[in-house]
Design a protein around this ligand. Structure first.
Ligand SMILES: Cc1cc2nc3c(=O)[nH]c(=O)nc-3n(C[C@H](O)[C@H](O)[C@H](O)COP(=O)(O)OP(=O)(O)OC[C@H]3O[C@@H](n4cnc5c(N)ncnc54)[C@H](O)[C@@H]3O)c2cc1C
Length: 151
């Protein structure tokens, strides 16, 4: 079961309860809230607080172990999942548009239906590659630097 704790606030948590039947609860924080909690080293504590707020202190006392991963501070990742604000999912199509038929974009953030997942990133990469090949075939992609042969 997946749900978001609050629909009226950006500083909220998204929860996955018993993923694949495991006695586990996954808590996801986003954007500025995630950034702040990661910087303060309080991801675990905030997740516990949110869970207690939703399910009560009895469940909170039954949490045996917790661990947190913070991706914002990872210089090669700088975040984890892509997320669109409510009402702006269509903007993912804008992200996927090439610039000047020369710079092509791919990645899970560029897909409307399969964002936040490996298969979305893969499908987006295939789509960008096909677009690039079609552009080359039409002869519309001029080389940025003249090749040795053309000089
Ligand atoms: C904890 C976690 C668990 C996940 N679990 C699942 C799962 O179970 N199933 C699933 O389908 N998906 C899962 N995902 C999501 C999945 O990993 C992503 O959707 C997918 O990796 C996105 O692929 P991408 O190619 O768009 O971006 P990325 O895989 O993020 O690739 C972007 C690459 O660009 C590089 N880069 C960034 N900035 C620069 C720069 N300035 N110059 C050069 N290189 C740069 C990065 O180092 C990175 O290698 C998970 C993600 C996280 C964080």
């Amino acid at each position: 079961m997946n749900f978001v704790a609050r629909a009226d606030a950006a500083r909220t948590v998204s929860l996955t309860v018993r993923p694949a039947g495991h006695e586990l609860l996954l808590a996801y924080f986003g954007v500025d809230y995630a950034r702040d909690l990661e910087a303060q080293g309080t991801l675990d504590a905030a997740a516990r607080d949110e869970v207690v707020k939703i399910f009560g202190t009895q469940l909170g006392s039954q949490i045996r172990r917790s661990t947190a991963t913070g991706w914002v501070g990872d210089r090669w990742a700088r975040g984890s999942y892509s997320a669109a604000r409510p009402g702006f999912a269509h903007c993912r199509k804008v992200l996927a548009r090439p610039v000047g038929e020369r710079v092509f974009f791919a990645g899970d953030a560029c897909t409307v239906d399969t964002f936040g997942a490996i298969h979305g990133a893969w499908a987006s990469g295939v789509s960008a590659a096909q677009h690039l090949i079609a552009t080359l075939a039409r002869g519309r992609l001029a080389p940025a630097v003249p090749s040795a042969r053309s000089r």
